[in-house]
Design a protein around this ligand. Sequence first.
Ligand SMILES: Nc1ncnc2c1ncn2[C@@H]1O[C@H](COP(=O)(O)OP(=O)(O)OP(=O)(O)O)[C@@H](O)[C@H]1O
Length: 328
Amino acid sequence: MTKQAPGVRIDGLTVVYKTPAGELPAVRGVSLELPPGSITGIVGESGSGKSTLALSLLNAVQPPGRISAGSVDIDGLGDVVGLAGEQLRKARGRHIGYVFQAAQNSLNPLKTVGKQLLDLGRSHGVEDLRGLVREAKDLLGRMGLDGARVLDSHQHELSGGMRQRVGIMLALVLNAHLVVLDEPTTALDMITQANILKIVREVHDERGLTTLVITHDIGVVAEVADRLAVMYGGRLVEQGPTREVLASPEHPYTRGLIRAIPRLVGDIDEAQALPGRPPTLATVPKRGCVFRERCALRMDVCDDVDPEAILRGRRTVACHAVAVKEHA
Ligand SMILES: Nc1ncnc2c1ncn2[C@@H]1O[C@H](COP(=O)(O)OP(=O)(O)OP(=O)(O)O)[C@@H](O)[C@H]1O
């Protein structure tokens, strides 16, 4: 893989989990492009399939899940859905840096952070381990931590927010040029969160990365991402340049999400929670639009026909009501 920001093309991706009711899709027919050098944010409520989509980028979906259709083509690596074994292990870490959603629990409780860093370096054939430690300290220092002290610590000696930052350091330290951050700032207070997002942006720009940020917090995306993709019930319902989507959301779900956030609406009294609850694997409709139960614009066609993503300027929107408006 080149040491430049890679482009990523996800095409027709479907990921299913085996359940007592059979295999059910958590991600269905998702197509998304991550342009080289961009930061893309994926937002959606809990259970919308964000983490499953992110894991697919590393071909790391675990049983009872599996990728049942589609491809994830990464410049320099090819279709990772076809990678296995050693090839796949090498791709992770060295080419694709990843912060797991449970970053706070993903550290080994028995080893110091420094020891885990060295293990990581060795397992990826890093020769200059001193350089690796220097780099780790530098990254931790930038995130407001005492690098030497953190490397000497065990997981239980670190707060949730500190562990989160260790996770981000581990994702960046091998100098991967594709970085996936799953809920990178959930355990952090607002000030630390803003600081971490600033650093993510800085490192992204300095190193020339392609970055994917997964979050349920549309405010995080507004802060950091060039492009925004919105997921609901395993489907990608709207995507496009962040500013454009935030300024004039088209999909009724995107509109609902934005309306619910006081700091985006600008007035706490104007913010309105989106009524209803998101579907689970068992309740997501098998045909028709996945959002229709909560949608104010529901039409008959929504019950039977899954809306296709249509291109509108620089964004795509999958909604019958938006498509009708376009043709009116
Ligand atoms: N191992 C599993 N077995 C069965 N179902 C699963 C498994 N992992 C995830 N799911 C289901 O797949 C759907 C998508 O989950 P996923 O974690 O990708 O969503 P998410 O948007 O990342 O949500 P969250 O923000 O809560 O993590 C959910 O309905 C979830 O219950």
